[in-house]
Ligand binder design. Structure first.
Ligand code: ATP
Ligand code: MG
Length: 355
């Protein structure tokens, strides 16, 4: 077997041991399905006969779910929920998906962030989404709730190997929480992975930041059109964040990894193409899969490049499934076995020009 494959295989076998604390914006995706029944007499609207409702963890919850399916449930979350009906659904979903909810702080001034999608089912036809109802607040968290989150983080952090900061812009990752995560990471020697839709300069000195291409573009202020743009963006993001590395995920163009070098030369750049082009059905949540897998791989001793390759491999599996999906070590190993050895060799030796 190829040396790289052997290394990746060893890392996969160790994924179950890593402990990851996910800090961020927890969201519930509620999917309600009904059979299209008849038109109402009260108003010109369709009446659906309720069939079922699915509750799926979204945003930081999806990142946590992706980790928990890989690390035999050694995953916990720190975040906020409201004091409402959806909070109990959130707790149930966390428990169902093997995620420890001990870091969940309830705030009666905000709703549990929920996106409800109502879809009609018709026989012999596609299921059609009719409307989406969002309940969310992106107001800053109150000082009182922030203090409780800070205390919770102090208590939990020593029991973990990595912090995954999953910021969907809904308020949990305030400057004080980010600073505290950094301080705790330094104190306890934790890996810090950042997946944020916000200004990345708020997150200093992380192990890795994983913006997607639009997020990277917003942060640097120009579009990533040419390979040179991508290189320049990676360099700027490393400078802005003082991070050890930046991984720009670029949808169907794969991902580009920028690693800070100890000397003053520019970063080491590696391009990783997508591993699966043919069976892509739904890319929703693939970014959460990448950051979850990558973080766990780092706790298992992977290099940044090995961790990024495993993140890419995990993404290649979940994009074949509808909705925010997850994978597990058995599937990862099976996909690794099928991966072309030459492709891995090309990645290892790829240069900036191939971005
Ligand atoms: N169209 C695609 N074909 C193949 N692989 C894809 C495609 N889109 C995404 N991927 C895989 O998923 C990874 C992450 O995707 P992307 O850059 O879109 O993340 P994202 O926008 O943060 O996703 P999300 O926020 O929905 O979780 C990519 O690096 C790639 O490995
Ligand atoms: Mg994302």
């Amino acid at each position: 077997m190829d040396a790289m494959k052997e290394t990746l295989s060893k890392i996969i076998s160790r994924l179950g041991q890593g402990r990851v604390l996910v800090v961020g914006d927890l969201v519930i995706d509620e999917m309600i399905y009904g059979n299209t029944h008849r038109l109402s007499r009260e108003a010109p609207v369709l009446i659906l006969q309720h069939q079922r409702a699915d509750i799926i963890l979204g945003a930081a919850g999806n990142a946590a779910h992706n980790v928990s399916k890989l690390n035999a449930q050694r995953t916990a979350v720190v975040g906020v929920a409201g004091k409402d009906y959806y909070c109990s659904l959130l707790m149930d979903a966390l428990q169902r998906d093997g995620i420890d909810a001990c870091g969940l702080v309830q705030d009666d001034s905000r709703p549990t962030s929920t996106k409800t999608r109502i879809s009609g089912i018709a026989n012999h036809s596609v299921t059609q989404q009719i409307v989406r109802i969002d309940r969310e607040s992106n107001a800053p968290i109150s000082p009182e709730i922030e203090t409780r989150l800070l205390e919770t983080l102090s208590q939990l952090a020593p029991n973990f190997d990595a912090l995954l900061l999953s910021d969907y812009g809904l308020g949990v990752l305030s400057p004080a929480i980010i600073d505290h995560c950094q301080a705790l990471a330094q104190k306890h020697g934790l890996i810090v992975a950042v997946d944020s839709q916000q200004d990345l300069s708020a997150f200093q000195s992380a192990t890795v930041l994983t913006p997607n291409q639009p997020e990277a573009e917003r942060n640097v202020g120009f579009d990533l059109t040419t390979p040179e743009d991508v290189l320049r963006a990676g360099q700027i993001l490393l400078d802005k964040t003082q991070g050890q590395s930046v991984l720009i995920t670029r949808g169907e163009s794969g991902m580009s990894l920028f690693e800070r070098q100890p000397d003053s030369t520019g970063p080491k750049v590696t391009h990783i193409p997508v591993f699966n082009r043919s069976q892509v059905f739904d890319v929703t949540g693939a970014g959460d899969t990448v950051v979850g897998t990558l973080t766990l791989a780092l706790t298992a001793g992977a290099s940044l490049l090995e961790a990024a390759i495993l993140g890419n491999l995990a993404a290649s599996i979940v994009v074949t499934r509808f909705g925010a999906a997850t994978t597990n070590p058995t599937e990862l190993q099976a996909s690794l076995d099928k991966l072309d050895d030459n492709l891995l060799k090309r990645i290892e030796t790829s240069t900036a020009l191939e971005v």
